[in-house]
Design a protein around this ligand. Structure first.
Ligand SMILES: Cc1ncc(COP(=O)(O)O)c(C=O)c1O
Length: 453
C-alpha cells in the first residue's frame, strides 16, 4: 500500500475537519501508517516530526509504552459501560487524580467526550446553577455570558457563540446566542516599552466596567487562561486572571477557565490558572487529558455548585445532561496513565529546560525582517509573520503564506500547521534538543520561502 492508493480512497469517501476539500486537488492528503515518539510515518516511508502534537493533544509521544500498556490492560477488563447508574475503577481514579491536581476547591468532576462539549456543559451548569437558586422563572435574570475578543472555545453552537474568531463564527452567526464580548488583554497590542503585566492590567478596566454594568444578567465569564491558542496563539499576563477572579467574586458571576488547550503543562505549569493562584468555578479539560490517545473531557467544579443541583428528584434541579460515551473506560485509563507520567517523571520541572531550549531555538526569529513578534508562554512558542515588520501590516489572508510554510515544512519532514500567518511550536514533551533545532531550522527556511515575493 502506498500513499497514493490510500489518499485516493480517502478523498472519494471522506470529508476532513477544518478543510476546504478542494485544496486536496493541488496538495495531497497524507495517510499515516504509524507513529512513534514525536515521529509520524506515512505509507511511502516519509517521516514527519509532529511539532504541533497532532492538534495540541499529544503530550508524551505516539505509541507511548506506558499509555499503551495501561490501555491494553483496560481493554481486557472493561472497554465501556453506561455511566448513569453505573461506574468503574478508572473513572473514579481519574476523577480523584483530577481533584488532587487541579486548583484547590475543584472537587467535582463531570465527564464528556471532547472539548466543545465540556464548554457546553460548563455554560449549561453555570446557567442552571443560577436558575436553581431562583426557582421562580420570573426571577430569572442571569442568562448571558461574557467572552473575550479573539477567544475560541470549540465548534458546537454554544461553544461557537462564546468564541470570537470570525473565520469560524461568522457563517453561523444567525444561529448563535448573543454574548457580551469584551476587548481582550492580548499583549501583541501593548505599547512599546509596556510590559505584558502593565498592558494586561490596563486592559482589565474594560472587563471590570462590563461586569459592573451587566453582572445582574450574566451567568459567567469564559476565558482561555494565558494563551488564546486558536486565536493565533496570542498571550497575556496572569495578572489579568487574578483581577478577573476578584471581579467575578465581587459581582457574583462565575468564572469558566477553558484549559482545554493550555492545560496539562502547556503554559509551564500543570494548569495555567496556577500562575495566578486562582480557582475558577469551572475548569474545562480535554486534549492532553488522555495524552492525545482518546476523546475525553472533564469539567471540574466546586462543592458549592454541585450542592445547588443536589436535592430530591421532585424538585427538578438535577443536571440532566449526558453523552453516550461519558466516562469511557479506555479514555479514563489513558488519562490516568497520563497523569501518572506527569507525577512519576517530574515533567513540569523537566519542561523548564525544554522551554529554555525552545526559547533559544526561536531567538533568531526576533530579527527576521518579516517577523513582528516571537512570543512564548511555557511550552508554546509563536512567531508572527507579517508583511511589514515596522507597521505590523499583515499579509493579506488570501495569499496563504502560512500554507507555504506548512507545505515546505512537510517536504522537509516537519509537521507545522500555522494559524494564518502565525507559525508556532507546541511539541510533545519528549522532544529532544536536536529535534527542536530541526523544527526551528525548517520553520526558518519555510518563512524565508514564504516571504520571498
Ligand atoms: C481553548 C479550546 N477550547 C475548546 C476547544 C474545542 O475542543 P474540541 O476540538 O475537542 O471540541 C479547543 C480546540 O482547539 C480549544 O483550543
Amino acid at each position: 500500500m502506498t500513499n497514493h492508493s490510500f489518499s485516493s480512497r480517502d478523498l472519494s469517501v471522506l470529508w476532513h475537519p477544518c478543510t476546504q476539500m478542494k485544496d486536496h486537488e493541488t496538495f495531497p492528503i497524507i495517510p499515516i501508517k504509524k507513529g512513534q515518539g514525536v515521529w509520524l510515518e506515512d505509507f511511502d516511508g516519509n517521516r514527519y516530526l509532529d511539532a504541533i502534537s497532532s492538534w495540541w493533544v499529544n503530550l508524551f509521544g505516539h505509541a507511548n509504552p506506558t499509555i499503551n500498556a495501561a490501555l491494553k490492560d483496560q481493554l481486557d477488563t472493561l472497554e465501556h459501560v453506561i455511566f448513569a447508574g453505573f461506574t468503574h475503577e478508572s473513572a473514579i481514579k481519574l476523577a480523584e487524580k483530577l481533584v488532587e491536581v487541579t486548583p484547590e476547591g475543584l472537587n467535582r468532576c463531570f465527564y464528556a467526550d471532547n472539548g466543545s462539549t465540556a464548554v457546553e456543559i460548563a455554560l449549561k451548569m453555570s446557567f442552571h446553577y443560577w436558575r436553581n437558586l431562583n426557582q421562580s422563572p420570573g426571577q430569572l435574570q442571569k442568562t448571558k455570558f461574557i467572552t473575550l475578543e479573539n477567544s475560541y472555545h470549540g465548534e458546537t453552537l454554544g461553544a461557537l457563540a462564546v468564541g470570537n474568531v470570525p473565520l469560524y463564527k461568522e457563517t453561523y452567526a444567525p444561529l448563535l446566542m448573543d454574548v457580551i464580548t469584551v476587548p481582550g488583554p492580548d499583549c501583541y497590542y501593548r505599547e512599546s516599552g509596556e510590559s505584558w503585566a502593565e498592558y494586561s492590567f490596563r486592559r482589565f478596566e474594560l472587563m471590570e466596567s462590563t461586569l459592573r454594568d451587566h453582572a445582574e444578567t450574566v451567568c459567567a465569564v469564559i476565558i482561555e487562561p494565558l494563551v488564546q491558542c486558536a486565536g493565533n496563539m496570542r498571550m497575556y499576563d496572569p495578572v489579568y486572571l487574578k483581577l478577573l477572579r476578584e471581579a467575578c467574586d465581587k459581582y457574583q458571576v462565575h468564572l469558566i477557565a477553558d484549559e482545554i488547550a493550555v492545560g496539562f503543562g502547556r503554559t509551564g505549569t500543570l494548569f495555567a490558572c496556577e500562575q495566578a493562584a486562582i480557582t475558577p468555578d469551572f475548569m474545562c479539560l480535554s486534549k492532553g487529558l488522555t495524552g492525545g490517545y482518546l476523546p475525553l473531557s472533564a469539567v471540574l467544579t466546586t462543592d458549592e455548585i454541585y450542592q445547588a443541583f443536589y436535592d430530591d428528584y421532585q424538585k427538578q434541579t438535577a443536571f440532566l445532561h449526558s453523552h453516550s460515551y461519558t466516562g469511557n473506560a479506555l479514555a479514563c485509563r489513558a488519562g490516568l496513565a497520563t497523569i501518572e507520567i506527569f507525577q512519576q517523571h517530574n515533567i513540569i520541572e523537566k519542561n523548564k529546560q525544554l522551554a529554555d531550549i525552545m526559547a533559544r531555538a526561536a531567538a533568531r526569529f526576533h530579527d527576521h525582517p518579516h517577523v513582528a513578534e516571537v512570543r512564548q508562554t511555557g511550552m508554546i512558542v509563536a512567531i508572527e509573520m507579517v508583511k511589514n515588520k515596522h507597521t505590523r501590516e499583515p499579509y493579506p489572508w488570501q495569499e496563504r503564506r502560512g500554507l507555504r510554510v506548512y507545505q515546505y515544512a512537510l517536504s522537509k519532514g516537519v509537521l507545522l500547521r500555522p494559524l494564518g500567518n502565525v507559525i508556532y511550536f507546541m511539541p510533545p514533551y519528549i522532544i529532544t534538543e536536536d529535534e527542536l533545532q530541526l523544527m526551528a531550522e525548517v520553520a526558518w527556511q519555510g518563512i524565508q520561502l514564504a516571504v520571498r515575493d
